[in-house]
Design a protein around this ligand. Structure first.
Ligand code: PEP
Length: 246
């Protein structure tokens, strides 16, 4: 089965209006690769200006609330993201799990609301360095999937990103055999949770992806694209990753 690859950029709390010109080169590479999906997830404040700059590109957000509206000062809802033109949303990033104490239960609620509002939802999972070192990665990933994935999600509205926390922003990636083992286990779990839809859900690898390692990473079985942090901020670094996916 051929699964369409997704290359997603997570700008985190970086970027500015003055940086949006980087989108021009990224858009050019994206349009040269119609066989791929490419999405950039900038900060909330940059989504609308990014769409104005590159109206034919796809944009997403880095979080949403699990309620559609209400008394949640400082939060942004899935309908608000849709209204402004976002098509994707990342939920459950390890930085939010750690800094905002997000639980699997909250992430599942966010995923349900995001999907109900027409957002393709990228659910992040991944183990800590300590869990990796003590051989607990597989059970932790399994529990995260069980806790975060709504039973009616489909391959059209759900993407899973496997991001070992110890690989994010460190320049270290796990060996290919280890990524293959993790992705195979995620695929098995998705099939248990979602039946035949689980076979088609895209599973991204994230953590220190660069133009140098992207091709090798995306050649690993069941790696259906990448979630890229630091190297998504400039066209110079992100375009080679797009090229590697094509
Ligand atoms: C991320 O935080 O989602 C990520 C993958 O970061 P980086 O590519 O910088 O390791």
């Amino acid at each position: 089965m051929t699964i369409r690859k997704l290359i997603a950029g997570n700008w985190k709390m970086n970027g500015s209006l003055g940086m949006l010109h980087e989108l021009d080169g990224i858009a050019k590479a994206t349009f040269n690769h119609p066989e791929l999906d490419v999405v950039i997830c900038p900060s909330f404040t940059l989504i609308a200006p990014a769409i104005v700059r590159q109206p034919d590109m796809t944009f997403g957000a880095q979080d949403c609330h699990y309620d559609e509206s209400g008394s949640h000062t400082g939060c942004v809802s899935a309908p608000m993201l849709r209204e402004v033109g976002a098509s994707y949303v990342i939920v459950g990033h390890s930085e939010r799990r750690i800094e905002q104490n997000e639980t699997n239960e909250e992430i599942r609620a966010k995923t349900t609301t995001a999907i109900a509002n027409g957002l393709v939802t990228i659910v992040c999972i991944g183990e800590s360095r300590a869990a990796h070192a003590s051989g607990q990665a597989l059970p932790i990933i399994g529990a995260q999937l069980d806790g975060c994935i709504p039973p009616d999600a489909t391959s059209d509205n759900l993407v899973v990103a496997y991001e070992p926390i110890w690989a994010i922003g460190t320049g270290n990636t796990p060996p290919p055999e280890s990524i293959a083992e993790m992705h195979a286990s995620i695929r098995d779990r998705l099939c248990l949770l979602l039946g035949s839809e689980g076979k088609k859900v895209r599973i991204l690898y994230g953590g220190s992806v660069t133009g140098k390692n992207a091709e090798e990473l995306m050649a690993i079985p069941d790696v259906n694209g990448t979630l890229v942090g630091g190297a998504s901020l400039t066209a110079e670094q992100f375009v080679p990753i797009i090229e590697a996916g094509g």
